[in-house]
Design a protein around this ligand. Structure first.
Ligand code: IMP
Ligand code: MG
Length: 184
């Protein structure tokens, strides 16, 4: 634990170090590179949590591709999902006929992505797949295929590498479990 950096003092434990993350992202990028040969790939970054993962992942994909951004409502200052998903910022360009890869920080209940997937499929994309840094399958409330994920994690509230609590901790280079006293 890098105790010389203040933000680390709020963590119970580090789940994935920056080196482990880089390794996982590289492997995922190689797999996506193989799977999307000859396709018209558009990577969609779900702001804000996916930004570090998105920036790293796209540089591990050796294919021509385009990028776009979306904002959907999330937890706010709570660690529980409201179950309601709102589209705050839409894509800049049409995805008709494109092979869409939605890039998220974490799949928890699955409600955000199952909603988004429905929206994107309704726009005549050729395909819609999901890439998520983290997956918490034990928390799933709706059925959802996550084609690409780096790490499956247990039911704990994690921060870092884009993931926040109350908009903080996104700049931590590693992923760690937040001390419960920080949000209870
Ligand atoms: P879902 O709709 O329940 O799958 O929630 C997805 C969103 O909830 C993610 O994009 C995150 O913003 C947030 N989220 C879920 N679990 C965590 C966590 O452990 N730490 C930080 N954010 C989380
Ligand atoms: Mg969030």
């Amino acid at each position: 634990m890098e105790s010389n950096w203040k933000l680390y003092q709020d963590l119970e434990t580090i789940l994935y170090s920056r080196e482990q993350i880089a390794e996982g992202v590289k492997k995922l990028g190689q797999k996506i590179t193989q799977d999307y040969q000859g396709k018209d790939l558009v990577m969609i970054c779900i702001l804000k949590g996916a930004t570090p993962f998105f920036a790293d992942l796209m540089r591990e994909i050796d294919l021509p591709l385009t990028i776009d951004f979306m904002v959907v409502s999330s937890y706010g200052a709570s660690t529980k999902t409201s179950g309601e998903v709102k589209l705050v910022k839409d894509l800049d360009r049409s995805i008709q006929g494109k092979d869409v890869l939605v890039v998220e920080d974490i799949v928890d209940t699955g409600m955000t992505l199952s909603y988004l997937k429905r929206v994107l499929e309704g726009r005549q994309a050729n395909s819609v797949a999901i890439a998520s840094l983290l997956d918490k399958p034990s928390r799933r409330k709706v059925e959802l295929d996550v084609q690409y994920s780096c790490f499956e994690i247990p039911d704990a509230f994690v921060v870092g590498y884009g993931l926040d609590f109350d908009e903080k901790y996104r700049n931590l280079p590693d992923v760690g479990v937040l001390k419960p006293e920080k949000y209870l």
